[in-house]
Design a protein around this ligand. Structure first.
Ligand code: GLA
Length: 387
């Protein structure tokens, strides 16, 4: 059964009437441009055809009643008085209520049933999906104008300050502003977005390593700090720069001796990755999929060797993908340290390649691993009832 039908049925069973509205917000894969968002750089993600759904109706008071089918749990809070109660799916919804309230928006209460098919904790941005679904729910109930960039920023604030994860803007912005059939080039400094059509002649595979991302948060923060330290030292040579976005490969090379070896490696990844994102956007536009594939492979190598955020499992997945007929490129996607890789593949080979790669991955690692073919989908939306 589709997720929309699941939340509808559960809503009827709980409240004895059909929901008034449905909202949905997708997870994402990033085609290329990793760890560049918090360096004011470029990213090229697409929203995937898996989403968090909420079926809802308005309430006359200022309470929010939520039931999660995935966690089989109900939570309620008042918009006039709510606290952070630690680690729970409901904190994403509360965090969004907090950030919208801080922005001066007046919110109404609602009853909602939540469920999703974005795998949780796999690096496909299930957190951004529930945040944007919650924002869309509040916007619908409270009659707020839907500005995707503003909503993405507020959801990022919820993630940074309420949930306590120091992420960049990419995941929230692609979940807010994704377009069906398109990847989105995002300039993370201006937050300008450009939709780039995904040619009909390719598919993307999501390859889930099923490996835990235990060190992800601390290593992520450490990488951010290393990038900031590199900028600080480079400013002695280039006073006008404010982020690694402003540094070209030639500038970096000329000032390389100012940086510690780890800072130079991190900076080299960011500076080269920004160039690969822009080149990949051109390759995608012109339908040169072999070229796009080669940039993805170069991105993975840079993340593995210079940024050092890959893992044995992700390297294995990418190596196995590249050895499979019909695969044009592959790389880890998202923060790394576990989670998922993606592969660029010819349509006729897609299903077979997914099976081959995962069978070999299981044999090589003993981990369950899984794969699915995905397509570029629309961002956060209000939807008509199920057919
Ligand atoms: C996570 C963060 C994003 C981004 C990526 C790495 O997904 O949430 O903001 O930094 O890692 O590209």
């Amino acid at each position: 059964m589709k997720v929309q039908e699941q939340v509808s049925q559960a809503f009827r069973a709980r409240y004895g009437e059909p929901p008034r509205w449905w909202v949905a917000a997708p997870g994402r894969v990033n085609l290329i441009g990793e760890h560049t968002d918090y360096n004011d750089g470029f990213v090229l993600p697409m929203a995937i055809d898996r989403a968090v759904w909420i079926a809802l109706r308005p309430r006359a008071d200022r309470l929010v009643h939520l039931h999660s089918l995935d966690f089989d749990q109900s939570k309620a809070f008042s918009l006039d008085d709510f606290r952070n109660e630690g680690h729970s799916w409901a904190e994403y919804v509360k965090g969004v209520a907090w950030a919208l309230g801080e922005a001066g928006l007046t919110l109404g209460g609602w009853d909602g049933v939540v469920a999703g098919d974005v795998p949780v904790g796999s690096g496909l941005s299930s957190s951004a999906a529930i945040e944007l679904a919650a924002a869309r729910a509040f916007a619908t109930v409270s009659n707020l104008f839907w500005d995707p960039v503003r909503m993405a920023r507020l959801c990022q604030k919820a993630e940074n300050r309420w949930v306590g994860v120091n992420c960049g803007i990419m995941d929230q912005l692609i979940s807010a502003a994704g377009e069906a059939g398109h990847a989105l080039l995002i300039d993370c400094r201006s937050l300008a977005t450009t939709a780039v059509p995904v040619p009909a002649g390719v598919r993307f595979l999501v390859l889930d390593s099923a490996a835990p991302r235990s060190l992800a948060a601390s290593a992520y923060n450490q990488r951010r700090a290393e990038c900031e330290a590199a900028v600080h030292k480079l400013q002695a040579a280039y006073p006008d720069i404010t982020a690694l976005r402003d540094v070209s490969p030639a500038m970096l090379e000329a000032a390389a001796d100012r940086l510690a070896p780890n800072e130079l490696q991190r900076a080299r990844h960011i500076v080269s990755e920004n160039e690969r994102v822009l080149a990949s956007t051109e390759a995608l536009r012109s339908g040169d999929m072999a070229r796009l594939g080669s940039y993805m492979v170069a991105s993975h190598a840079s993340l593995r060797d210079d940024y050092q955020v890959s893992s044995r499992e992700l390297d294995t997945l990418v190596d196995l993908a590249l050895a499979t007929p019909g695969v044009l490129g592959g790389r880890l996607t998202g923060a790394g340290f576990g989670g998922c890789a993606i592969a660029l593949v010819l349509p006729a080979a897609a299903e077979g390649a997914a099976e081959t790669i995962i069978a070999r991955y299981r044999a090589a690692t003993g981990l369950p691993g899984s794969a699915f073919v995905t397509s570029a989908s629309q961002g956060a939306r209000q939807v008509a009832g199920p057919a």
